[in-house]
Write a protein that binds this ligand. Structure first.
Ligand SMILES: Cc1cc2nc3c(=O)[nH]c(=O)nc-3n(C[C@H](O)[C@H](O)[C@H](O)COP(=O)(O)OP(=O)(O)OC[C@H]3O[C@@H](n4cnc5c(N)ncnc54)[C@H](O)[C@@H]3O)c2cc1C
Length: 377
């Protein structure tokens, strides 16, 4: 299938290389670090951002669609978290020079990947303010202790962007970002014990008396949560852009199989019940396309977090039912290695990673009145 970038706003005049062209020469099993390196070298990462750190939704869609077309969901997840979340947060907190700026430049150029380490070993992921990883900030050094779990790209990263607590309590000013080079003594990475999304190189990371120079703090102490919130929307939009690429790919594959599969001499595609179930999925995916097109600029330009929560909720509610129908319609072949049933299991990450669907729906409910006002207008 030839990947086509979905229609968002018109491309900027100096668009970099077509992502599908840049990735064409890579081996099928290219790991996340190599895909990242290739994208960086082709200017595809740098090209995602404007001067003010904003992300271009059309370029993001084109990149995610091209990476998704390679069919390794773990690799796509790795690229997504870095490009849409970790890098923008790092860029926002990087001074004009020093080790954080150097790391930023090296990650952007593709030299080594960056992992975002927020979800903590000491608290539920849905309770970010309860995190236990702490950082002691002294005049000459900072010391980090704690642990992070389920961190995408952990096993391949050159740096960890770590969300840590510099003072007790749940207040949003109690948290700070710290950039930790992966080779620092006291950093220990354990691969996550899973057969799903293997290409994401997901792992758990422990920090034991990790001593760092103070210029590895990212942004001012106390500013981590607002910075995280500001950039969360872009990751949620990226999730929607990937979800629509992935569901479209699986729908196209399913239709092709239904057209070839004969029952009593007729293609299954001609069975009315099959067609209606397939068409229902098509409608759901088309709705997701429309919603992401409508909300993309609100999320990236105006940091509209209510819009981002609505969109991520829609992703969580759409992807699983669509992929479940596709997998069922593929019959036993859905159970093949890397088949539709595996894709469906891997796609569970859309309803968990970066905020569980239930939590997002709570946010939608919180904004019920403004949404209703907008719908009435
Ligand atoms: C493949 C993968 C990659 C990831 N990559 C990263 C990464 O790169 N960096 C990072 O920091 N983290 C990452 N995470 C962690 C992810 O962000 C957390 O898993 C997520 O925030 C949910 O936290 P939890 O798993 O602790 O679930 P919990 O918070 O323990 O929730 C468990 C379940 O309880 C229910 N639930 C929770 N809260 C509510 C609520 N308010 N209302 C109703 N029901 C609720 C939901 O059904 C939820 O699935 C990744 C996770 C996965 C699976």
């Amino acid at each position: 299938m030839t990947p086509t970038a979905p229609a968002l706003s018109a491309p900027p005049p100096t668009a970099p290389l077509d992502p599908a062209v840049a990735l064409a020469g890579l081996p099928d099993a290219a790991p996340a670090a190599l895909v990242w390196q290739t994208c960086g070298a082709a200017g595809l990462i740098e090209g995602l951002y404007d001067d003010r750190g904003g992300t271009d939704p059309r370029r993001l869609a084109a990149l995610l669609t091209a990476v998704d077309a390679r069919g390794d969901n773990g690799v796509t997840l790795s690229l997504l978290v870095q490009a849409a979340s970790a890098l923008p947060i790092l860029a926002a907190g990087a001074p004009a020079s020093g080790p954080v700026r150097d790391a930023l430049n090296r990650v952007r150029s593709g030299e080594r990947p960056l992992a975002l380490a927020a979800t903590d070993s000491a608290a539920a992921g849905s309770d970010l303010a309860g995190l236990g990883t702490d950082v002691t900030i002294g005049p000459d050094e900072i010391v980090l202790n704690g642990g992070k779990r389920w961190i995408t790209t952990a096993c391949a990263a050159g740096w960890f962007l770590v969300l840590a607590r510099h003072r007790p309590g749940r207040h949003f000013t109690s948290f700070t970002w710290v950039l930790v080079p992966a080779e620092t003594p006291g950093v220990r990475v354990t691969p996550a014990d899973t057969d799903l999304l293997v290409g994401a190189a997901t792992g758990h990371v422990e920090f034991t008396d990790v001593r760092l120079a103070p210029d590895l703090l990212v942004g001012r102490p106390g500013r981590a949560m607002p910075a995280f919130a500001r950039h969360m929307g872009t990751e949620r939009l990226a999730g929607a852009l990937w979800a629509r690429a992935l569901t479209t790919r699986v729908l196209a594959d399913t239709k092709e199989r239904l057209t070839r599969r004969l029952v009593d001499g007729r293609p299954l595609w001609h069975n009315s019940s099959v067609r209606q179930r397939f068409a229902t999925c098509l409608v759901q995916v088309r709705q997701l396309h429309a919603l992401s097109d409508t909300l993309a600029e609100r999320i990236t330009r105006h940091q509209d977090l209510a819009a981002a929560a609505l969109l991520k909720s829609a992703v969580g509610l759409t992807v699983d039912p669509v992929l479940a129908v596709c997998a069922q319609l593929q019959g036993a072949d859905g159970l093949l290695r890397d088949g539709a049933q595996r894709i469906r299991a891997e796609a569970a990450v859309f309803g968990i990673g970066g905020g569980v669907t239930e939590l997002l729906l709570d946010t939608v409910a919180d904004h019920a009145d403004p949404w209703l006002t907008e719908l009435r207008a």
